[in-house]
Design a protein. Sequence first.
Lengths: 437, 437
Amino acid sequence: MRLSAYFLPILKETPAEAQIASHRLMLRAGMVRQASAGIYSWLPMGFKVLQKIGQVVREEQNAAGAQEMLMPTIQSADLWRQSGRYDGYGKEMLRIKDRHDREMLYGPTNEEQITEIFRSSVRSYKDLPRMLYHIQWKFRDEVRPRFGVMRGREFLMKDAYSFDVDYEGAKRAYNKMFVAYLRTFDRLGLKAIPMAADTGPIGGDMSHEFIILAETGESQVFCHKGWMDLGISGIEVDYQGDLQPVVDKFTSLYAATDEKHVPAECPVPAADLIETRGIEVGHIFYFASKYSEPLKAEVQMPDGATAPVHMGSYGIGVSRLVGGIIEASHDEAGIIWPESVAPFKVGLVNLKAGDAECTRVCDDLYAKLNAAGIEVLYDDRDERPGPKLAGMDLIGLPWQLVVGPRGLQNGLVEIKHRRTGEKHELSIDSALSKLIG
Amino acid sequence: MRLSAYFLPILKETPAEAQIASHRLMLRAGMVRQASAGIYSWLPMGFKVLQKIGQVVREEQNAAGAQEMLMPTIQSADLWRQSGRYDGYGKEMLRIKDRHDREMLYGPTNEEQITEIFRSSVRSYKDLPRMLYHIQWKFRDEVRPRFGVMRGREFLMKDAYSFDVDYEGAKRAYNKMFVAYLRTFDRLGLKAIPMAADTGPIGGDMSHEFIILAETGESQVFCHKGWMDLGISGIEVDYQGDLQPVVDKFTSLYAATDEKHVPAECPVPAADLIETRGIEVGHIFYFASKYSEPLKAEVQMPDGATAPVHMGSYGIGVSRLVGGIIEASHDEAGIIWPESVAPFKVGLVNLKAGDAECTRVCDDLYAKLNAAGIEVLYDDRDERPGPKLAGMDLIGLPWQLVVGPRGLQNGLVEIKHRRTGEKHELSIDSALSKLIG
């Protein structure tokens, strides 16, 4: 993509309303624009990141055996009355009346709706287990939306739902999602720590929050320093097999939010305890028959009797993750994208757009990188080198490929790795093969 | 995907509320479930088709130079007051008050919002032309939603918006979208005819509806029979070049809806005139400064003066197309998917799941087709052959690969082409190479 033709409205000034780094950087880098309080439009570069995060989430959900579907945003109030949550949800729920004065709502979550679909379609234990998910916009009418997409009102969430005949089946589903979450956040370049959680308005009796460590996080968290060396990558996962050992491994080290942490009872000696702040990016729940009983989602069991199914629900904040990744990965100069979700892998900078040789080399590099299937943002604008390089640092693409007249006299271009800041002067061919790999 | 593990709740009975083929077939084939009047959940197979149609739309939009972004579903009423449309839109607009009693709405379209984004980001004629689009859920509170996803209240739409300095630029953008639409519908296996249209609530002075011919369509349409032989496939398109000749070619033959058709003035002799019904699947508008003037989307021109930009908007009904394609492509037995949007290319049927050899051959075929990157739905259930084959016809995958004990005695399996009904008995290897191609 040529920057001259790309809709990327970079801001020079830091917007006054942005209090945290991700909000500030997303506005400055032209990723989002506020539409109303807590409601954002995603401009092309922000949308690209959102899509890439969604794709990683989707791949890991599919690998764990969940099937993708899509529920609507607007739901009927009646369904929520059946579950008993309509009144309890309070003002966070965006309530709507349609033209016939029927009460509707913009779904803050989908337990009721998926249970209703399941109830109307499944009759027998033979049709279980099932795991369904969707990635859809939700609305929670926060009193004070803030921190950009981190605490927005309209937000994109992946929510999965499992249906099993008994506790053992439900626990297997829970474990699959637990492991899928570890893998998902790992692929996104995040250290997300599962912490035993209260079940809150979703309800249930087994729950973990997945929390990434970041100074600007909303919750105080405490964890064993051993977490810094613990990761899922390299661990082989067989979703058909027993995942309990993996889950045990990742719940053996202490980790708790301030809601659960009681200093006097903490099993970790002070020297081994990390105290910092964290951002919740995922949350998993097992809640037995909390919804299947009132909504009558029952199956016929082998003995002929009917029984309500055991359910769980599993959420990942997809739009929130865009902010979360930036909180976890930025510096003074701007964003530093992990390659897995970077909007482009390479930023190609023509330092002197008026120079014929610079432009020839850049056009050629651009064509070759594109032909190799590498996503390139090509700054072909007639603009001074300073702002061009600062802009590239700001938007945080993993690699910068910088072409200027001085280097070209010796046949050299510069490659900069955004994360480490390392720069190398290389021949054009070496630079190409370094990027194409 | 193994059918035994797939959430595909096929209905044996035709639902009473479904009046047209696509609605009936989408419910029976387990593609959608109604959530409320005119609001649907997309089950895994329906969702897959929706995604594939969206992907074709996206590829053709990108090819035409439009950039993808995403605007939110909920908009502020203030913006619509600025454009003057808030009161005029009537009860079709879903109006909402948030917890602070601020007036909001669920966007039925996005002219105001994109204009606001553009206004706050672009200053100079040098930043034009621009074309932006998104694929997002919209809401129109129809009095009587019906015909399933064809006339729903919550629906998925691609809407693109162009910004140019003058009429000539806007006309170039209009032509790009005109041609992109021809290509999009062609790839979806549809004959969509552009018909000069009234501009309705969007406004403007140049507009075409793209209408597919189908007996169950909502409008009466009239067109020259030459349309039956006219298609975009094979015509080379250069989006950087002059597209006027292509547009001229596709507007030279007569085509009009009953709103525009005046029998006494029709230039086509009766013998050459086709009269049938049609379904609107796309609509493009040029409306000059209708929104840029009230919303002050102005740029500085070369002479230093400011001028409102010339805009157009361009919609495709993505969720409606799922129904539209079925209306145009089905028979008594069920849906007939074009390969470009089929949820799976092949339906593999094990006629006797209890038979070891049948199961061995099916498992092997399933593994090989998957390894070749072919999407297969494998009916591995222990069920009678009749319902299995009827189910495959109903869901309408392009190819059926049927494995039974009788054929296997001679080393043969059966391939059926759903559209033509042609069946061939082939060796296992020949069947594989026919499907893998």
